[in-house]
Write a protein that binds this ligand. Structure first.
Ligand code: AGP
Length: 372
């Protein structure tokens, strides 16, 4: 009913709008006033966490994209080798697991069969499993050694939005917590990140307040057949997520690429006036990557692409090459997906509406996939 949707036309719109609160709720009570993390619910003893020599993240779909981003954060902040794998592929390739492996299973519903089977396999091999989940008491957390709940509140729309943002926050917390427990790389950078993580909720709200031009752009592209998404570093999984949203909701051909791969093939796809969304990393910090992405934008534009550029406030270098410029607030490099994904959710939702599609219940899809 309309009341259940809180006055919005679709659950998806309501859930997109709830993201600032959802993100704040994921952090609630988990950072103390001195800036240290208190993840008491992670019931895996510090002595075990200190011995972990490999982390494997398993998940599907949108949760997998969160896991891809987590890999960047975990390796950077903990120096523990980390791999992220599609849950449906994991157990069939005889992965190397043992008592010093920490498996992180990410799932909104906690009922995804592929993810459940992956974690069962991991536990059979002696690995410890930490679940990141949104649904209290669901199967995946029940079968795990520990769980960090995302507290996003129920997500009804099939297309995941607030669950994704809160999965990211939970992943950052796990990465930072491991750094804290193991004493690796705990310094100014981490303190800054924790502070900026606390401000992210406000920044997500700011992005939501500036989405009208994005909706307008989406409506103008309703007749297109293909949209490409490019990103680099943590912007690469964001590009994949933008493409997945568009497939699910608008039933359009959409693909996400690592921008550095363009020249190895995908650039051949570019046609006149083809919309290409580019997620631009911050010009601070990883400035080398920023410059490379700016060249990518020039290359695709020279071949006729219509460039839709998502870039940080104050990043002026991209402006001359952007047919459409979407601004996001400045964040630390690793946290950018929390703000960069939001315009892509809005874009897909509006395009789907413009194409007359059922937003909350896309064809052929179920909210949770309980078969392998
Ligand atoms: C996201 O929009 C999807 N509908 C889908 O990819 C989903 O993220 C995936 O099926 C995993 O679900 P889970 O988080 O409940 O395990």
């Amino acid at each position: 009913s309309a009341a259940e949707k809180g006055g919005y036309d679709y659950f998806m719109l309501k859930e997109i709008a709830e993201q600032p609160k959802a993100v704040a709720d994921t952090l609630l009570g988990r950072i103390d006033i001195t800036g240290r993390l208190t993840l008491d619910e992670v019931r895996i003893p510090g002595s075990v966490l200190r011995e972990v020599d490999k982390i494997v993240i398993v998940a599907c779909g949108t949760a997998f994209h969160a896991g891809m981003i987590a890999k960047y954060a975990i390796e950077h902040w903990t120096r523990i080798p980390c791999e992220t794998e599609l849950a449906s592929e994991f157990r069939y390739r005889d992965p190397i697991l043992g008592p010093r492996t920490l498996v992180v299973a990410i799932s909104q519903s906690g009922e995804t069969m592929d993810t459940l089977m992956a974690l069962r396999h991991a536990r059979e091999q002696g690995a410890k499993v930490l679940a990141i989940c949104n649904t209290n008491g669901s199967t995946i957390p029940r079968e795990s050694d520990a769980v960090l709940y995302t507290h996003a509140g129920p997500e009804v729309a099939v297309a995941s939005t607030k669950a994704f943002l809160t999965q990211l926050v939970a992943c950052y917390l796990v990465a930072l917590y491991l750094g804290q427990v193991r004493g690796t790389k705990w310094g100014d950078e981490i303190d800054t990140v924790i502070r900026e993580l606390s401000e992210i909720s406000t920044q997500v709200g700011e992005v939501l307040g500036t989405m009208e031009p994005v909706r307008e752009l989406a409506r103008s592209l309703a007749q297109k057949n293909t949209v490409l998404f490019l990103g680099r570093h943590v912007g690469y999984p964001v590009a994949l997520e933008g493409a997945l949203k568009l497939k699910e909701l608008a039933y359009m051909h959409a693909e996400g690429f690592a921008a550095g791969e363009l020249k190895h093939g995908p650039i051949a796809l570019i046609e006149d006036d083809m919309p290409v969304v580019v997620v631009v990393p911050s010009p601070r910090g990883r400035s080398v990557l920023h410059d490379k992405i700016v060249s990518n934008i020039q290359e695709i534009r020279a071949r006729g692409a219509r460039t839709i550029v998502i870039a940080e406030e104050g990043d002026e270098t991209v402006a001359p090459y952007a047919d459409h410029l979407i601004r996001i607030p400045a964040t630390p490099t690793l946290l950018q997906p929390l703000v960069a994904t939001v315009p892509l959710q809005v874009f897909a939702c509006e395009l789907a509406t413009a194409r007359g599609n059922e937003v909350d219940q896309p064809r052929n899809l179920a909210k949770s996939v309980t078969v392998e």
